[in-house]
Design a binder for this molecule. Sequence first.
Ligand code: KG4
Ligand code: ZN
Length: 340
Amino acid sequence: MEKDILILAIETSCDETAAAVVKNGRCVLSNIISSQIDLHTLYGGVVPEIASRKHIEKINQVIKEALWEANVTLEDMDAIGVTYGPGLVGALLVGVAEAKAISFAAKKPLIGIHHIEGHVSANFIENKELEPPFLCLIVSGGHTHLVIVKEYGKYDIIGRTRDDAAGEAFDKVARAIGLGYPGGPKVDKLAREGDKHAVVFPRANIEGFPYDFSFSGVKSAVLNHLNSCAMKKEPVNTADIAASFQAAVVDALVSKTIAAAQEYHMDQVAIAGGVAANSALRQSMEAACKEQGLHLYYPSAVFCTDNAAMIGAAAYYEYLNGTRHGLDLNAVPNLKIGQR
Ligand code: KG4
Ligand code: ZN
């Protein structure tokens, strides 16, 4: 039998300080997440300087807990995986510096991981049968991409957002209707009490680019609707607005994903990133995939939002592909998908 590969993974690209131990890319032995959300909620969004400081305070403890819970030591690790971009530069630097220090001290290979490739790889954790090629819709707070995962670690980007990311639109609309940060889960919850047909918000199509997205139009339409109600002194039903806005975003995401699956002959579809936790998106994508005879995969909510287990899953396949980084690895805030 082949030897198990154990990876200690670290993720600090935004406002979660996270560490995990992952065996053979798909078995999560521990997954520790220290969230800073309460702190940033006071300011209505992530404050980069505060995020970096909190990561420094928490990182050692979070790693210790991850090793302890997995019942392993640093000596047992085969490699250290760390997110090195994209994200907030100061936040990324904390994880990268920590991973380099551990790699040097424990004499373990260092593997830098793209945060979004981590989100895609979250699908491998609970879906043991999922293997490339497949189509993946990535919807997070900072990114919206449609990619073909050709092989482990090899991606073709076929669509992206032209303006706001899907999660960003959720967060901005949530703020406008008084729900606060982070908005996605709150809109998701409130929308369940609303009528998604109450207001028709636009679904953008970009001519010649069928798989690109645009969410700034729907966001502005919500703001205009709220202003117009205020001027006419009409009452606003925030649950109806949440449901109608969510339906517009979900429709765009689902219709483009299904069309891409057909054009590229993909019979496996996955969704990833924080917005993949959205209940309406999951339901609607599930129904559309079923109708088209496609197999849909998605991670549990805890693996959709930022975590280190997904970084460990991605790092395992990079480990097998031979990717190794030196101690000159730096944080790359605008790292491109597929860049090594
Ligand atoms: O992937 P993620 O944790 O961080 C980034 O890499 O950006 O995604 C965070 C985003 C936020 O915009 C948050 O509002 C959104 O994911 N989100 C949701 C839900 N849960 C998180 N959006 C819609 N519905 C949800 N249930
Ligand atoms: Zn993320």
